[in-house]
Write a protein that binds this ligand. Structure first.
Ligand SMILES: O=C(O)c1[nH]c(=O)[nH]c(=O)c1I
Length: 309
């Protein structure tokens, strides 16, 4: 169909998938994603050991999106690796977010044979903002370079990096220079939640979530312009890499903006959490109508073709 596209040699029926962390932690979650219309899917960021995560309430819908401080709850790397071994059907991404560099290197090394065998793709998450005491690697360029050099030295297959949003042109330049040094970094997923926002309820005069005095990562409508800028900044700076868009996608309209900005695939987080997996059928239908209305036959007809003034 018109929405068919390929990503690192894998054909997908449409460019849509979930954002890591949303509807992808448990077997039930993953079954819902596998049986949805999404073209591909990604698992919850994992650590070697299973984690409970932060105390609840740790997710809240907000007027223009969401706030979360989940705290990296997951069933442990072995579960998601085994899921990849047994999974059949749509393209599968495995999100990895170790508590240390050694943990990421260990998981990458263990995942490699499964990636080669099954075609699943690793997305290395360097941008979790919600584990107390664990600063975001994505904001520490020296550490990020070391992480990527160490992981790419054990993982000789294409992998992606889940990035935090950057807000300074010099940071786009410095981050892109690191990625361009490492050939195995095949794609960049822009962006993770905007870290450490604060949602306040005026009636109750209270924060929305329990962890970290209410500080949490923002998603949804709050973050679309920032997400688009990060997609386009790395699309322009990393011509040998693909970009995956994430942030503020509720409909074909925002997805189209991400692809115009340079995204090859588009992840849906907050809107998926709020609407459920039937959102993928709605967005696919909307997207087909939008492409037809504009006279486009394939995604490549407009990918990255954002016009400037
Ligand atoms: O709190 C989480 O589990 C979480 N939440 C996010 O918003 N982004 C992330 O990468 C993670 I690992």
């Amino acid at each position: 169909g018109a929405l068919t596209t390929t990503f690192l040699g894998h054909q997908v029926s449409n460019p849509f998938l979930n954002a890591a962390g949303v509807l992808c932690r448990t077997p039930e979650d993953l079954l819902q994603l596998a049986s949805s219309v999404s073209g591909s899917m990604i698992t919850k960021s994992c650590t070697v050991e299973p984690r409970e995560g932060n105390p609840e309430p740790r997710y809240a819908a907000a007027p223009y999106g969401s706030i979360n401080s989940m705290g990296l709850p997951n069933l442990g790397f072995e579960f998601y690796k085994q899921f990849a071994v047994e999974h059949r059907g749509k393209l599968l991404f495995i999100s990895v977010s170790g508590m240390s560099m050694d943990e990421n290197v260990k998981m990458a090394k263990d995942l490699l044979p499964v990636a080669k065998e099954t075609g699943c793709i690793m997305e290395l998450n360097l941008s979790c903002p919600n584990v107390p005491g664990k600063p975001q690697v994505g904001y520490d360029f020296t550490t990020m370079r070391e992480y990527l050099q160490r992981v790419s030295s054990v993982y000789d297959a294409p992998f992606g990096v889940k990035l935090p949003p950057y807000f300074d042109i010099a940071h786009f330049d410095q981050a892109a220079a690191i990625f361009n040094e490492i050939p195995q970094v095949a794609f960049l997923t822009c962006v993770n939640s905007l870290g450490n926002g604060l949602v306040i309820d005026v009636d109750t005069e209270t924060v929305a979530i329990k962890p970290k005095d209410g500080f949490g990562g923002l998603g949804g409508r709050y973050i679309l312009p920032t997400a688009l800028a990060n997609v386009n900044a790395f699309y322009r700076r990393c011509p040998t890499k693909l970009v995956v868009g994430c942030g503020g996608v509720y409909s074909a309209n925002e997805a189209f903006q991400h692809i115009l900005a340079g995204a090859s695939l588009v992840q849906v987080g907050t809107a998926l959490h709020e609407e459920g997996p039937q959102i993928f059928q709605r967005v696919v239908d909307e997207f087909a109508l939008l492409m037809r209305a504009k006279g486009y036959n394939t995604i490549d007809d407009f990918k990255g073709k954002l016009k400037t003034l």
